[in-house]
Design a protein around this ligand. Structure first.
Ligand SMILES: [Fe+2]
Ligand SMILES: [Fe+2]
Length: 144
């Protein structure tokens, strides 16, 4: 997954899905967003690579969740996938909203933060609950 993870002090337990790889990636994304926000607060504009790092990490997380949903025959697969795809579309918009130095802007950061928080709480939490209820291998996808 995303690698180089550190505990995010602003991470709250209600953001946990219970799926370790997903939570690790979410924590990393939330930490990067918070760090960038903290930078803005003290007048330091985040480096341009931060936005790319956040978006790449989100994309990896989407792919992993997609694989997990397919493996477990997740019933809300289509709706969840559509949310990810809608966000991928918005990433294109995100790139067009960079300032001339290519840096993150504060409004962009707020949009990212809101989306990530809402998606984790509303969509990823449901996936986590579903996966948590499965008792592998009996609970896994059956082909009969
Ligand atoms: Fe998701
Ligand atoms: Fe996610």
């Amino acid at each position: 997954m995303c690698g180089g993870l550190m505990f995010n002090t602003k991470w709250t337990p209600d953001l946990e899905t219970g799926i370790d790889d997903v939570d690790q990636c979410h924590r990393y994304i939330v930490r990067m967003i918070n760090d960038a926000y903290d930078g803005f607060v003290v007048g330091i504009n985040p480096e341009s690579y931060i936005l790319d790092e956040i978006l790449v990490c989100m994309s990896q997380c989407f792919d992993y969740e997609l694989m997990l949903m397919m493996e477990t025959c997740y019933p809300n697969f289509l709706a969840h996938r559509d949310e990810h795809e809608l966000f991928r579309q918005r990433m294109i918009d995100v790139h067009s909203r960079r300032n001339k130095e290519g840096n993150l802007t504060i409004d962009l950061l707020v949009i990212l933060d809101h989306w990530v928080n809402r998606h984790i709480r509303e969509c990823d939490a449901k996936l986590g609950a579903y996966v948590g209820e499965l008792s592998a291998p009996e609970g896994m996808c059956r082909t009969a």
